[in-house]
Design a protein around this ligand. Structure first.
Ligand SMILES: Nc1ncnc2c1ncn2[C@@H]1O[C@H](COP(=O)(O)OP(=O)(O)OP(=O)(O)O)[C@@H](O)[C@H]1O
Ligand SMILES: [Mg+2]
Length: 404
């Protein structure tokens, strides 16, 4: 099942929800600041000394509340301005604290320390008699000398900074978790794609090697039958061979289709799995089909030491070699050798074809057989060579290691 749209939907929803939560928090802080400002300004206006003070106090309070809308964009400058404003009107205190929280949660430590120092200085200024900062409100005067108020203000600053830092740590944690989840998801996707393409290549190789061999045998037999001038017995024998080969092709096809149908995570064996011991049978099949093939095996008594996957690869090399000889050098005598040395050596040789070209129509080929074989040999740590020799023979040879 493709889980990508679900994951994308979940991520988009989380982002939308996060943004909505931010907007609600903005509105809440704005509302709280306005309420407190209205309360403070209202009570202070009653005791204001002049109409200029009234206007300035109200304007400063309104500006402080409004500035909250831009606190995410420019948290540091706004926090500094609001900090200075707290010296002039207590209505700026809540917005200044909110902005301090934003700086703590979104900016590095240095700007945070700078903003905190501005707010500490503003707090000290509010409580120190000697400093004659022009104030619009009369209420300020009653704060002077109030020890509890100073302590509370300092405490509030510490709490807000701690809260902002906590939010920042949580946000960083969520971001790193999300990043790890994204990375794991991408890696998983890559692994699945690699496994799929590897599996497709494996199946394609298997289909090529198995079916090309069997079907080329059938084709050869059909060609021979077509031009046969011999008596009925020979025709019957060829027909029987065609039938057997066709049956085997169907069996092989069933095995390959079994692989295609197997579950994605299943590393099902490609049944039936040939081994080196089947080389003789393979050669006999070709001989029965009319090819002149001689097999020279030099296994000593160590054939059993050859790992199954190496034996299978060697079998496929000989199989493709015989198929190619049948296709590209009809009538030529073929020599197959298998010997054990530093590794397993297999070789298929044949001179140029001698059969009449009109004996049968040429068997089609995709030109992929030797390329696929090279890949097979490389996969087991071996190498494959092929081409025309100085003796004008086509030579296909593989060296396969006995250990990984
Ligand atoms: N035994 C051989 N004798 C002469 N020529 C050969 C022999 N084996 C291979 N060749 C040449 O090498 C070419 C590549 O062989 P390869 O097995 O890769 O492709 P193919 O047999 O044409 O097609 P496919 O194997 O995909 O069905 C052939 O087209 C042929 O020209
Ligand atoms: Mg071929």
């Amino acid at each position: 099942m493709n889980t990508r749209p679900v994951a994308t939907f979940a991520r988009t929803s989380a982002r939308v929800l996060g943004r909505a939560r931010g907007r609600i928090a903005d509105a809440a802080w704005f509302g709280v600041s306005v309420l407190i400002a209205v309360g403070l300004v209202g009570s202070q206006l009653r005791s204001a000394t002049s109409s200029l003070a009234e206007v300035a106090d109200t304007a400063a309070a309104a500006a402080a509340c409004l500035a909250l809308w831009w606190r995410r964009r420019w948290p540091v400058p706004i926090a500094v301005v609001l900090g200075v404003l707290t010296c002039l009107t207590p209505a700026a205190q809540v917005p200044a604290l909110v902005c301090l929280g934003t700086v703590a949660s979104r900016r590095p430590v240095r700007p945070l320390i700078a903003v905190a120092l501005v707010l500490v200085a503003a707090t000290v200024t509010r409580y120190v008699d000697e400093l004659s900062v022009p104030r619009f409100t009369l209420k300020i005067s009653s704060e002077r000398g109030d020890g509890n108020g100073a302590v509370n203000s300092a405490l509030l600053l510490v709490i807000v900074i701690a809260w902002g830092l906590y939010i920042r740590a949580r946000r960083q944690l969520v971001a790193s978790l999300r990043e790890r989840a994204d990375k794991a998801e991408a890696e998983q996707r890559l692994r699945i794609e690699q496994a799929r393409s590897g599996e497709r290549a494996r199946i394609a190789r298997e289909m090529h090697d198995v079916l090309a061999h069997r079907i080329s045998l059938i084709s050869l037999q059909a060609g021979a039958l077509q031009v046969s001038r011999r008596q009925d017995d020979a025709v019957a024998e060829s027909a029987a061979l065609i039938r057997t080969s066709a049956h085997q092709a169907l069996e092989d096809l069933r095995g390959v289709i079994g692989v295609l149908r197997a579950g994605e995570n299943e590393t099902s064996p490609l049944v039936p799995q040939p081994t080196l011991a089947d080389l003789r049978r393979l050669v006999e099949e070709s001989v029965r089909a009319g090819m002149a093939v001689s097999l020279h095996e030099d296994p000593g008594d160590a054939y059993g030491d050859v790992p199954a996957h190496v034996g299978r690869t060697a079998y496929r090399v000989v199989q493709e070699g015989l198929t190619n000889a049948r296709k590209h050098a009809p009538g030529a005598a073929v020599t197959v050798r298998a010997s054990l040395g530093t590794g397993l050596d297999v070789e298929v040789r044949n001179p140029r074809g001698t059969a009449r070209a009109d004996l049968a129509s040429p068997i089609p080929g995709a030109g992929q057989g030797l390329v696929g074989l090279s890949e097979r040999a490389r996969l087991v740590g071996g190498r494959l060579e092929y081409g025309w020799t100085a003796k004008d023979e086509f030579r296909l040879a593989a060296w396969l290691p006995l250990r990984e």
